[in-house]
Design a protein around this ligand. Structure first.
Ligand code: NDP
Length: 338
């Protein structure tokens, strides 16, 4: 059973060498009466929040740290190969928390959901039909209180979450602009996801001017994925009574010292509602979200771009690639055939 372990706690930008590939033997049977399941992992999800788990435990993190020397874990899609759990049987497909390894013995399968719609790509359960999908849905519809005709700005817009926020906003009848870090991504935003406009933030010396160009009348809704300089420029361009959903601050995750935000005063003067949220608080909305998203996919109302790396040995580089923008769309790792 090949596995990826965290070598030691990480500080600063993560490197491939912070993780190691090892091999061990794992029993092919679940201990009788244990209530556990044995999974054959098929897809592993690379998500930015996993960076927090690589750090020494600190109180600000909402997710527990990985244990140095132990297997990394995260969302994935797997097939049950043996089960002592009443709700799961061999052959079932599931998604949820699993290990970065070929086979995982899950002693408490409470965080595994059985996959019932299999006419869509299975990898989607790491993205549009999984945690990033629900994040985009609750972040936009619950936190932003959007109305038809409003102006919406999304940063990290071509990623796992951002591409969906933009498409949800278009379905709602909003005017949507996204930013991303390459020409290829900007083209995707405009030509594949239907954003009204998009720009490459790495080519804009003055983010404030770029936002003024895209939103001459100002921004009603900002879906925040990156933080730092971007948030500062957005604050200057928000409309009165605008809303900001703080989903993530990826530009800050690897910095020793957080970048200061200088324009926070705009929150008062413009009566902006700025609200952080985390997807785990909204799990109760998953069933209704799943049915809606599956319907959107079947009807072609929503498209989803994935970046699929092949092989467990390539999982570390796929994960760290999130922090340089190497991924184009949702980053997934395929480690076995369906
Ligand atoms: P993505 O698929 O968007 O991958 C991360 C992207 O972030 C990269 O491709 C890169 O795109 C961009 N990026 C990386 N470094 C920087 C930087 N320094 N400045 C600006 N952009 C950068 O990831 P997700 O869609 O999964 O996640 C997006 C955000 O949502 C993250 O902040 C994440 O932490 C957050 N999140 C929050 C959740 C919650 O419950 N609150 C749940 C899930 C995600 P580019 O080439 O455009 O720079």
């Amino acid at each position: 059973n090949r596995q990826i372990l965290l070598k030691d706690y990480v500080s600063g930008f993560p490197k491939e060498t912070d993780m190691v590939l090892t091999s061990t033997t794992t029993s092919s049977k679940v201990p009788p009466g244990s209530g556990a399941v044995l999974l054959k992992n098929i897809y592993l999800s690379c998500d930015p929040y996993m960076r927090g788990r690589m750090s020494k435990p600190i109180s600000q993190n909402y997710a527990d740290s990985f244990v140095p020397g132990s297997v990394i874990y995260g969302y994935g899609v797997a097939k049950v190969v043996d089960s002592e759990h009443p709700d799961l049987k061999a052959g079932d497909l599931v998604w949820g928390i699993t290990g970065w390894e070929e086979f995982s013995l899950v002693s408490n399968p409470r965080r595994l959901l059985k996959i019932k719609h299999t006419d869509v790509p299975l990898s989607y359960y790491t993205g549009i039909l999984g945690m990033p999908g629900l994040t985009a849905y609750v972040g936009f519809h619950e936190i932003c209180s959007p109305k038809k005709g409003e102006t919406v700005y999304v940063s990290a817009a071509s990623g796992a979450v951002g591409q969906l926020v933009g498409q949800f906003a278009k379905l709602m009848g909003c005017y949507v602009v996204g930013s991303a870090g390459s020409k290829e991504k900007v083209d995707l935003l405009k030509n594949k996801f239907g954003f009204d406009d998009a720009f490459n933030y790495k080519e804009e010396h003055d983010l404030n001017a770029a936002l003024k160009r895209c939103f001459p009348e100002g921004i009603d809704i900002y879906f925040e994925n990156v933080g730092g300089r971007m948030l500062d420029a957005v604050l200057l361009n928000m409309k009165v009574h605008g809303r900001i959903a703080v989903c993530g601050l990826i530009s800050q995750y690897n910095l020793h010292e957080q970048e200061g935000v200088h324009n926070l005063f705009c929150v008062i003067t413009k009566r902006i509602r700025m609200q952080g949220f985390i997807e785990p608080d909204h799990k109760h909305l998953y069933p209704q979200f799943l049915e809606l998203a599956v319907q959107y996919i079947r009807e072609g109302k929503i498209v989803y771009v994935e970046d699929i790396a092949e092989g467990l040995e390539n999982a570390p580089s796929a994960l760290i690639g999130l922090f340089s923008g190497r991924n184009v769309g949702k980053q997934v790792v395929r480690i076995a055939h369906e």
